[in-house]
Write a protein that binds this ligand. Structure first.
Ligand SMILES: Nc1ncnc2c1ncn2[C@@H]1O[C@H](COP(=O)(O)OP(=O)(O)OP(=O)(O)O)[C@@H](O)[C@H]1O
Ligand SMILES: [Mg+2]
Length: 497
């Protein structure tokens, strides 16, 4: 076995009211890919932030190559050789790619930044990652996937011994994930130790050597990936068998058959070709397709976020023409967006305030929801969705990533919509909460709610959809019903030429 590069011993971290890490140990070897796993709120991101100096540990030791280290911020950690790439890329979108790569360490000549060299070096560096791009363009002109690779290239170039990736794949498509994995394996071969946080178990088995599992702020154990079965892994994460959560069985809901929403030939230039979709009361319509296939665009057009260029929409038997999401909310629709970080959470506001927001918009601000009722609603959903928090008055930004997503889902449920559009509802959500959310979706449909759910996870679509609309290249290619709703058939439709 290769040598230990980073060792954490007996790490404790407390936040007001939360003991987020209780004596956790973690060992990373040079040249390994090490998965850090656990349920939402288990303490993964906190452990990483302790390693990288974002938070200071309350107790315990961090040894890098057997030397105790005390990083006070990410800059310190980086200087020691610990680089981190978060799900949200932490670079500066308006600077060029090259400027981002050499930010703060630009090559100089006679005291002046040598821009020609910056650009040449950046291009050369990225070639090593198979990225043949124009490094003089702003970072923001590239996809999130490319931005993440750029962030990795920057981190590694600043002499990384340890590379930490916290849910880097949550917004990548299948090809982009493969590219990332190839690069991770290259870096591993160069002797870098990689910590990888993900909720996708397939990815754990595809790329990691060892696994450390946290549960409720404590270490469950360290395992060899090759010898830990999926069932054991899930058992360790949840502290119970997945079977106890209930099977994901496809099941036919009784639907009224009357269209609640009927959309004909809705389109928007350069975003979506004319598309039809109909949803009945109690029905779940799944939207399948690759990233960029038009799923999110369709959701946004229906909800009035973007303006449609053509098409007719009938809702509750009435023609409607929403010019803003507010119109759609008042009419009884909800949209839980894909990019919750930007379109969803209001970080400084409390969990309670985040939950009641859509309901308040629907009722109108002049009919203010009483504090007591707000508390009832919020506590109810916190319980129903098992949001891990001790207090609904905490700012939502203090919740773990997955728990923030549950709160946004609660926001839309609290507005009592008749049609709810969910764009990737379980992204970043752990496997236990995932099963709970699917169960909740089914229950809501039995109560008559209609749903449109866009998801990249085929098993998930199969588990709850009555009908699956498949999009490809910004248009609808087919609609599957009954026995046609199975992963193979959906995959074929997504991939067919
Ligand atoms: N800045 C903070 N202030 C207060 N509490 C916090 C803060 N950051 C994290 N916590 C709490 O610490 C606990 C662990 O959160 P952490 O973000 O480490 O979870 P995680 O394992 O990364 O979960 P996820 O899979 O949802 O990202 C949670 O209870 C969270 O609410
Ligand atoms: Mg996290």
């Amino acid at each position: 076995m290769s040598q230990v590069v980073l060792q954490l011993q007996n790490i404790h971290k407390k936040f007001p009211g939360v003991h987020a890490l209780k004596g956790v140990n973690f060992t990373l070897r040079a040249g390994e890919i090490h998965a850090l796993l656990g349920e939402n709120g288990a303490g993964k991101s906190t452990l990483i932030k302790v390693m990288t100096g974002v938070y200071q540990r309350d107790d315990g030791d961090i040894l890098l190559n057997n030397q105790a280290i005390f990083p006070n911020n990410t800059g310190d950690a980086q200087a020691l050789g610990i680089s981190t790439v978060y799900q949200e890329v932490n670079l500066l979108p308006n600077l060029t790619v090259a400027q981002n790569i050499y930010l703060g360490r630009e090559p100089r000549r006679f005291g002046l930044i040598n821009w020609t060299k910056v650009n040449q070096d950046a291009a050369q560096l990225l070639k090593g990652y198979d990225l043949d791009i124009d490094v003089t363009q702003p970072l923001s002109s590239y996809s999130i996937a490319v931005q993440q690779l750029i962030a990795i290239a920057r981190g590694v170039d600043m002499s990384a011994k340890v590379l930490i990736l916290d849910e880097p794949t949550a917004s990548l498509d299948a090809d982009e994930v493969q590219t990332l994995f190839r690069i991770m394996r290259d870096l591993k071969a160069r002797g870098i130790g990689i910590v990888f946080v993900t909720h996708f178990l397939d990815q754990v088995y595809a790329v990691t050597d060892r696994i450390t599992i946290l549960r409720s702020a404590q270490l469950v154990g360290e395992f060899e990936t090759a010898t830990l079965s999926r069932a054991e892994l899930i058992g360790h994460m949840l502290g119970k068998e997945l079977a106890a959560l209930g099977e994901h069985k496809p099941q036919a809901h009784a639907t009224s058959g009357d269209a609640l929403l009927s959309v004909q030939a809705i389109s928007r230039q350069a975003t979506l070709s004319p598309t039809d979709i109909a949803v009945s009361k109690g029905e779940v319509v799944g939207l399948a397709g690759l990233l960029g296939s038009g799923r999110t665009e369709l959701c946004r057009l229906i909800f009035g976020v973007d303006k449609k260029h053509s098409g007719n929409v009938t809702f509750h038997g009435q023609p409607v023409n929403f010019s803003s999401p507010r119109d759609a909310i008042i009419a009884g629709m909800g949209l839980c967006p894909e990019d919750r970080k930007h379109d969803g959470i209001l970080g400084q506001l409390s969990i309670r305030e985040n939950i009641i927001l859509a309901r308040q918009v629907k009722q109108g601000w002049w009919k203010f929801i009483s504090r007591k009722e707000q508390e009832e609603i919020a506590n109810n959903f916190v319980k129903e969705l098992s949001v891990a928090t001790s207090d609904i008055e905490k700012p939502i930004e203090q919740l773990s990533g997955g728990n923030q997503q549950k709160v946004i889902l609660a926001r839309w449920l609290a507005a009592n919509p008749s049609l709810l559009i969910l764009d990737e509802p379980t992204r970043g959500i752990d496997i236990g909460a995932h099963a709970e959310i699917i169960r909740l979706i089914r229950k809501l449909c039995d109560q008559g709610l209609a749903l449109i759910v866009a998801s990249s996870e085929l098993e998930e679509l199969v588990a709850f959809s009555n009908k699956v609309v498949v999009l490809r290249d910004r248009q609808k290619v087919t609609e599957l019903t009954g026995d046609e709703i199975n992963p193979q058939r959906i995959m074929q439709a997504i991939a067919a030429h």
